[in-house]
Design a protein around this ligand. Structure first.
Ligand code: ADP
Ligand code: MG
Length: 698
């Protein structure tokens, strides 16, 4: 296989455009892309036609405006390229108008009140900064897929892409101001970049299909632990099983074809858990790609008789899955602003961006936390699992030491580093990689980027990156304003570092974030620790948050309120599904199985007694089974009552709180009984596959 041929073969990328478009058209399109200008209709027509020809040559019959509604997954409606002619025939066509705008019947997507049903129209608009591509399926269908933004009749964002694009613009503008103030005259654009590492589980499809909890809720709601878990640490980076590497091979090819730079793959810590990391891209493209990664992982798994689980916590008692969102800022002339530089000038720039992030993360830790809040992630964040729900920054001892000294106006010395005097201030030349690795921090500086590790494995990365871009924009804005006014830029830069460090260094923590001491220490420092999604989401609609997102034209008050409602409602809906699944499984699978076993024991006791043999073992087991059944039944009734009550609550937030406080705990109590029953009922009588089968028979 020639990787260079496979890579991007299904993408209408720059090379294809150069080959297929006349020079003036290509130039006009490039200019549109680079300067964020509106696309000229005449240009759009030519591009659309070239796109259609290219797609049809590759077997496409349909096109789709692909978009990212607030469900967190993607949506598409397919239209064929045919149009009817007057004489009853067809022509194959695709106009610029069809490329640029679509109007899916979108009334069933969550809009949080932004569209009333009588005005259900939603529009899609081509995001020409993310290239069109072909989606193929196993049956050989090929669809020209056009990444689009999705918005209402009044222009309100109904999707995840629109605010992301707006936030990219905001951070670019503010970062450029800082660069200009520091004397940079060459860069014209700053882009936020992201490399999302994606964790997932694989399970054999045969077992998956016998578990309606996995099928309908994405996680096992019941299940006693297997005798072996992850305690031997024999899985992490272990040799890949043939079946898994065959899967990864096919997955990579599908991803490469769509231009996704799948780079790294390995076994993760938990049994049957894996990770894939791509090479980073702009936040916009990385977000589109990550959606495709999740979708393709699931699709390709089925071809191998496997199912890919993206839920944050498919199994109790072993690690859950997350996404490490590696984030940085880079200029159009190739400078990574979070890269400690070789010259003092580069270092001032670096220190300004680093300080901006410290300030931003401390000021808006609650918002970052909110972007990772949903039902699945509640099983990770704040549930004795990595990472904790408290946002802190890992900076490494060396870098922290440097900042501390700069803040105190002391001379800085680093191992092997020279000193460079600029103006009145001494700034060090940073050694190349001065960060050790702390795997427990939710927000770690890793040499030339920040790694935000709270993001859930099933989540769209759009939300977290909208927040990162916007909070960075605000901090950079304030820094730019100070620098612009200052006569001595270096002195002002030093003062900025000092001010930010003094005010915000409480958010820096280089220790073990899993330790029992950390939450106490964090409380002393006044850092928020919100352990559930319903409370965490409230941070979206505080005055502070509404003002921030509106100021940088990223999300309006109205849009934010609608998003908040949608996310809170989604939490309640997810818990409702889980509860109904739990009730169903207990009634139709576990109680009958336990009864069957009890009957078996009772009959065995009778048979033994008939021949005058005592049956103490069966009697003991029967008593235990009967006790657990009775307790399970009582807990089942409690769960049913709690669920009915929650279903009846009209207020969205109160409803979600009822699910969190009453339904979730009732579900946990029920699980305790059922898992205990599983431990005594013989395998062949237990109605669903066990953890041992789910995790180890791969
Ligand atoms: P690890 O964190 O496992 O050591 P790497 O350092 O190779 O791995 O990077 C992890 C992810 O971070 C990859 O997806 C990589 O492309 C991404 N990454 C590297 N540099 C940047 C950057 N400047 N901006 C955004 N992401 C980056
Ligand atoms: Mg990493």
């Amino acid at each position: 296989m020639d990787l260079t041929e496979v890579f991007g073969s299904n993408v209408f990328n720059d090379k294809v455009m150069q080959d297929r478009l006349l020079k003036p058209v290509y130039k006009a399109l490039r200019e549109t892309l680079e300067k964020d200008l509106p696309l000229q209709p005449a240009v759009a027509d030519v591009v659309a036609n070239a796109m259609k020809d290219w797609a049809i040559e590759r077997g496409a019959t349909h096109y789709t405006h692909w978009f990212q509604p607030l469900t967190g997954i993607t949506a598409e409606k397919h239209d064929s390229f045919i149009s009817a002619t007057d004489d009853g025939g067809i022509v194959v066509e695709f106009s610029g108008k069809q490329l640029i705008q679509g109007e899916p019947d979108a009334s069933s997507f969550p809009s949080g009140g932004l569209r009333s049903t009588f005005e259900a129209r939603g529009y899609t608009a081509w995001d020409c900064t993310s290239p069109a591509f072909l989606k193929t399926d196993e049956a050989g269908n090929v669809t020209l897929t056009i990444p689009t933004a999705f918005y209402s009749y009044f222009g309100e964002a109904l999707d995840k892409k629109t605010p992301l694009l707006r936030s990219m613009k905001a951070v670019s503008e503010q970062a450029l101001r800082v660069l200009r103030a520091l004397g940079n005259t060459t860069s014209t654009k700053v882009t936020s970049t992201v490399g999302p590492e994606q964790e997932y589980f694989l399970v054999d499809k045969r077992f998956y299909e016998d578990r309606i909890d996995l099928m309908l809720a994405g996680r096992t709601i019941f299940g006693a632990p297997a005798p072996k878990g992850q305690e031997l640490e024999d899985q992490y980076f272990g040799a890949l099983k043939d079946r898994v590497s065959a899967y990864m091979h096919d997955l990579n090819i599908e991803l490469w074809k769509m231009g996704i730079m799948s780079k790294t793959q390995h076994n993760e810590v938990a049994p049957a858990q894996f990770e894939m990391a791509p090479i980073f891209a702009t936040t916009n493209i990385a977000t589109d790609h990550n959606q495709l990664v999740m979708e393709t992982m699931q699709k390709v798994a089925l071809r191998h008789g496997l199912v890919c689980l993206l839920h944050e916590k498919p199994y109790a008692g072993i690690n859950g899955s997350g996404k490490h969102n590696n984030w940085s800022l880079s200029t159009d002339d190739g400078i990574n602003l979070l890269e400690p530089g070789r010259t003092p000038g580069e270092n001032v720039q670096f220190l300004m961006c680093l300080s901006a992030l410290i300030k931003a993360v401390d000021t808006h830790a609650d918002i970052l936390r909110a972007t990772c809040a949903h039902a699945g992630n509640d099983h990770r964040l704040g549930a004795n699992e990595a990472p904790p729900a408290i946002i802190s920054i890992f900076m490494g001892d060396e870098l922290t030491g440097i900042l501390e000294k700069l803040a105190k106006g002391q001379k800085v010395s680093t191992k092997g580093a020279q000193f460079v005097k600029i103006g009145v201030d001494t700034l060090p030349v940073f050694p190349k990689d001065n960060t050790d690795r702390n795997r427990t921090s939710p927000f770690a500086f890793t040499g030339n980027k920040f790694e935000f590790r709270m993001v859930g494995s099933s989540q769209s990365i759009a939300g977290p990156n909208v927040a990162l871009n916007t909070i960075a924009a605000e901090a950079l804005d304030e820094i730019a304003t100070r620098l612009e006014k200052a006569k001595n830029k270096n002195a002002e830069a030093a003062a900025i570092i000092k001010d930010i460090y003094e005010k915000h260094s409480r958010v820096i923590f280089n220790g073990n974030n899993y330790s029992a001491e950390w939450p106490k220490e964090a409380a002393k420092r006044g850092l928020p620790n919100v352990t559930n999604a319903v409370d965490a989401l409230k941070a979206f609609v505080t005055d502070k948050s509404l003002k921030l997102f509106e100021k940088y034209h990223v999300i309006s008050h109205k849009e934010m309120h609608s998003r908040y409602d949608i996310y809170v409602e989604a939490y309640a809906k997810q818990l409702c599904i889980e509860s109904l699944v739990a009730i169903d499984m207990v009634k139709k699978q576990f109680i009958p199985a336990a009864a069957e076993y009890a009957t078996f024991l009772a009959e065995s006791i009778t048979s033994f007694k008939a021949v005058s043999v005592p049956a103490p073992v069966q009697e003991d087991l029967l008593r235990k089974a009967a006790e657990l059944m009775a307790s399970a039944y009582k807990n089942l009734e409690k769960l049913e009552a709690a669920t009915t009550k929650a279903q009846g609550i009209a207020d969205t937030v109160k409803k979600a709180e009822a699910y969190r406080d009453k339904v979730a705990s009732a579900m946990r109590n029920l699980r305790t009984d059922i898992d205990a029953l599983e431990m005594i009922v013989p395998n062949d009588m237990w109605p669903v596959p066990t953890y041992a089968e789910l995790l180890f028979k791969l």
